[in-house]
Design a binder for this molecule. Sequence first.
Ligand SMILES: Cc1ncc(COP(=O)(O)O)c(C=O)c1O
Length: 390
Amino acid sequence: MRMKKDTLLPLARQHGTPLFVYFCEEINRQTDQLLALDMPYGYTPRYAMKANPHPEIVKHIVSRGVGVDASSSYEAEQAIQFGVPPDQIALTSQQSAHNLKELVEQGVTYHATSLHQLELYGRVFPNTTVGVRINPGVGSGHSQKTNVGGPTSSFGIWHEYIDDIKTVAKRYNFTINKVHTHVGSGTDLAIWKEAIDLSLVAARQFEDCAIINLGGGFKVARMPDEVSTPIDQVASVISQRIKQFKQETGTELHVELEPGGFLVAGAGVLLAEIDDIVDTGEGGYTFIKLNTGMNDILRPSLYAAQHRIEVLTDRNNTKEYAVVGHNCESGDLLTPAIGDPETIATRELTEAQIGDIVAVGDVGAYCASMAAHGYNGFPSAKEVVVRGSR
Ligand SMILES: Cc1ncc(COP(=O)(O)O)c(C=O)c1O
């Protein structure tokens, strides 16, 4: 589907470029799908705000009935500043929270992601209840860099250390009421099934476990040949396995999910101006240089992530271009080869001129929030949230 030139060009003129535009209707569509999932014994959806912590987006999603998953205590604080009620925020962090006590006392839910974190929690909150993030032994991602499960991942307590968790829990007299897993971003249905089963194996080992949090990670298709993970199919597998769990153990598990990219990836378009066009002669490349790059969008350089790119003009003829950013770095590439961020690829695009506006699609997640901000001194792209669809 082509991006809407008539909607995008006036926004570029009005706000200037580079500009991230986020379309609320796209977020609403995804949020509605998430909220409509049916779980047999209760369900809490949260938004992994790391994907896009723009205050309007966080507030908008929360206003529709979705909580917040924070990846650091700073994010949890931000969410509270945006007005998110603390009891709708869950904190699952790689960092030992500097202000854990304050956050939990305000009502933030905590998931300990290492034995050390569990120990720290126990020192502050003995005789209470806590969730633990487990590394279930399987991982998956759209790139190895977004795979956060299995032996190559430091995320969560390794599944063979459940006895150690119990030892810490006994020492501080707390109850483990929740098992949390998140195996990666860009996970497809087959891996989801495996991760669900392994998560339930872990849950079974805690007699007081009443909640299973299965993280996020639904694969989002950004290019026409990519396939999104069907969230409703994942949900029906979860539901079926949870019912089986109840038959086998008598426990009715409440389900939590916390997608990020699923809710916002498709909502964003990055508008940039062509700053220069250069080439490297016969047999070389023609490069479109944008007035943006890895300081606003790092995913292509980091993961070889593919994003749709369109030159917003009425011209009809096309040409092969490599699209690059304006940072002084050959890795600042918007058209890497699939699966290889080191290698340049080209795209057939509408013939371009310096000054044309280019739209980069599906940049609502992990772009503005995860870029090399400030590199080369470039200011970050502006961000606007608009009604309607892209
Ligand atoms: C614990 C946890 N939950 C949820 C998410 C959201 O992942 P995604 O945006 O792929 O849905 C992440 C992302 O890495 C995460 O670490």
